[in-house]
Design a protein around this ligand. Sequence first.
Ligand SMILES: [Zn+2]
Length: 186
Amino acid sequence: MRSRFTSPFSLPVRDIVRKPGEMREHSFSVTLDEQWGEGIVSFEKGSTLDLDIRLESVHEGILVSGAADAEYTGVCGRCLTDIARPVEVEFQELFAYPGEEETDFEVQDDHVDLETLVRDATVLALPFQPVCQPDCPGLDPLTGEKLTENAGSEQVAPIDPRWSALQNITDQDGTAESRAAEKEES
Ligand SMILES: [Zn+2]
């Protein structure tokens, strides 16, 4: 088990413990020593989180508010192109003083460890179905090649003969209708 003193997410609170109204702010960066997230996008090992943290002493404990700026990487869920996107995640949690009730977040002696809080918030912010662009057309089911946005190339492709017959019918209908409309007008 890792010593709590080595956690880069630990912040000292000794000077504000049990002093409601006191407040401290910390801005710092953490380099991840392991990958965060298990999906097709994640925060890579070695990537950096920029943290802005506010610690407020309240009666029940230390109220932690903050924001994390990070960049996730992975692949587009449709076309498998590599993607990297910045995200900003906000979070807030009360770290209670140790008492009779067990809580998930507690003030530990003279510090608070934000790792679980920050990790849960940032991993939750990862998109479930990441895309390289909102209208990514994905991959061609036949060739496996990435489809281009140029819809014109699809129309050049030969129409299935069964459908081309239908298309002729609809074309004729359209002509007939417009002729009928002309007659009514005259
Ligand atoms: Zn894509």
